[in-house]
Write a protein that binds this ligand. Sequence first.
Ligand code: GLY
Length: 462
Amino acid sequence: MFPAKVYSERRAKLRKELSKGLVLFLGNQDSAFNYPANTYSFRQDSSFLYFFGLDHPDLAGVIDLDNGTDHVFGNDLDINDIIWMGKQPTIKEQALNVGVDNTAPLKELSVLIKDALEKGRMIHFLPPYRGETTLWLSDLLDLHHLKLREHASIELIKGVIKLRMVKDDLEIDEIEKMINVAWLMHTTAMKMAKPGVVEQEIAGVIEGIALSHGGPVSFPVILSINGQTLHNHYHGNTLSEGRMLVIDAGCESDLHYASDITRTVPVGGKFTQRQKEIYEVVLKANLAATGAVKIGVPFREIHLLAATEIVKGLKALGLMKGDVKEAVNKGAHTLFFPHGLGHPMGLDVHDLEGLGEIFVGYDNEVIRSKEFGLAFLRFGRKLQKNFVMTIEPGIYFIPELIDSWKNENKMAEFINYDKVETYKDFGGIRIEDDILVTDNGARVLGKPIPKTVEEVEKTMKS
Ligand code: GLY
């Protein structure tokens, strides 16, 4: 946990973003895995962690905007709990560690909220995303669970996004530590990527590396020789010569800050000419995008710059044709690069996404597109100092998408379908780093993870 004053200051800053009433943060509860007592590993809600820091189930935090007090609600363990869980600090002791003096048992929370409702006080809450929290909130507010999202406080959502998007040094340090663990996960995977190995053997080892450094993986490991499927969580294929292996994996720190890195490597350790050509295009898009990061530049522009590099490269290889700018404007690149360039990262691997991408990634100046491809860009608005973003361009040959476009003769002025046909067995390539927006542009965070063709081949041989 960070020093208590970090949490007190965050709550003080949040107060300045809001006008009146109560701010209610419900912590997460345990969720049943296959029967009530066998639960998933506990993961605290990220906004609760940010403002109240406590990493246990069944807690709530309240900020009273009207009288200036902060409260933690939770129950101390009784002897029956202690038999199973051991002695734990009291709620009072825990709350003091995050700068909160006022504590009360959970049943007092219902009393406070009921009283506030009767007095017509504003109760700010974030949209819930878990079943248990949804039901808890619904009971507390006496509001049907299907109505909760529409009653969530826009003022609070915007305030939380404003604060959490800008990372301080402590947070950046946590993120970098996890990128350094990702370095070990990725270089280990590179060395294991030999013909005859089954994907799950590598996925298991790298997930173990994450766990052995404290936290779990920050999202289910994506590791596949079928990297053309963007989020492929199937790990049953056997690696064979000639395939590329996409490894998209990161981990969480003890305090739950994430890393999210993708590398793509040739099975066996040596790129073929065809693999190298496509890889170099993706790498160029990755470097160009990173080089274009600047305070005040809309991330959508950087996404389109990466798309331009991809079209230029594919045109040079004879897979695309025509005017590059026009191809990007019309979205022809989305046959090969159908997703967004990146997303914010922090306490959530897709930071703050649960509060609504429309609030996190867009504003009055940059409106979310509805076009295929650009619509998947999770974040389009202007970058600010100390935002942490992923930069993750890719090129994928998705046979079903190629067939579908080809049957419609879609964008035929920009796509050489005959040549593209010969790449249907290629798979996909994605190269992803986590960057910090600084006064000077972008800083690629963490220990450099092999990225050029030479670096990847050298690591795989070692
Ligand atoms: N790297 C996984 C994701 O962004 O969803």
